[in-house]
Design a protein around this ligand. Sequence first.
Ligand code: PA5
Length: 423
Amino acid sequence: MLRLDTRFLKGFPKALKVYEKDLLEARERLLAKNKAPGAMLGWMGLPEDTETLREIRRYREAHPWVEDYVLLGIGGSALGPKALEAAFNESGVRFHYVDHVEPEPVRKLLRTLDPRKTLVNAISKSGATAETLAALLIFLNWLQKSLGEGWRRHLVLTTDPQRGALRALAEREGLRTFAIPENVGGRYSVLSPVGLLPLAFAGADLEALLMGARKANELALAPLEQSLPLQTALLQHLHRHLPVTVFMVYSERLKHLPSWFVQLHDESLGKQDREGNRVGTTAVPALGPADQHAQVQLFREGPLDKLIVLVVPERAAEDLPLPEVAGLEAEAGYLFGKGLFALLKAEAEATYRALAEAGQRVYTLYLSEVSPYAVGWLLQHLMWQTAFLGELWGVNAFDQPGVELGKRLTFALLGRPGYGEEG
Ligand code: PA5
């Protein structure tokens, strides 16, 4: 379950009334685009796709020998699975992410892997991303050299249903693929096979994850008083004059979630609106309590230029009691007999109050617990929030012209034919 706490933003309930019309119109505009070709709203329907889920399960069951799972992908093709696997890996399968192009870590990884027990999953919607293609060249060559004809069983491609280099490779070599629906973009793809396939190998409860996401869908379409995604979109909208939006998560298991959110928010909303104005706020990742000993100094006493969002679990599935240790009564006695989770909760609450007292704009999203259901709900909630903000800010939340330019310039610098003029 997901719960919004705006206790320090006193004007918020009134603002909901004032902005009701704008919010409902933004939602209508978004939904009206659903049928338009190229609208890229397929992510809304992913939680209902039980057929793909069955297919993924069958594939997982047919590969019991996998001990190491190497994911080749970057941006939206890596951040979601990385965030969820870190939280919900129950299987003991070891995950490795080649979401970079630094030779030494790749060499080190190759030295540690046993190809006979390794599954390589290359993920790219476009099939054209240089980083992912480079990693694929390396791992495909490694599999072929190590396994001979048997290499195909160790490579699975997640890509566009029809287009791109990965699709072409799969067809030529008869490789197993999973499709990212055409109308789903990278950073909205976590609940497609991009995230579900690795998570099946991680042993995560995929039904619960999708069930949580369905709850977010239900609330996105609900009347404003119940519509959590419209409400948090309004909170972001009301604070759009503040250049920074901090996303601070109080969960070690969700330590990669802020990076996923940063990509979703920044890449979707930081661009020119229809009048050519540069819009967007800069999302900044933070992790509690570690960043209480780092960034929170700035958040409390630095410029009042931020909207701070805390994401806090309300309970632990399995707490850990703090034992009494003789000799430590004076310094640690107040902890004796409490659960470790009580400390986490107290720290989150203390940060919340301290930031509000310092004059920062801050609200909290409570997760009932760090479970696949609650996190699935949160992910889909944040995708709706972003999509609504796109409408409110007059930008297309589903393209990324700035990123595409960087990709083309990289091609030019490396001499890819047809891209020379930009080099
Ligand atoms: O959100 C996006 O579309 C991007 O961040 C992409 O996910 C990223 O550039 C990787 O692209 P691809 O999946 O085509 O390799």
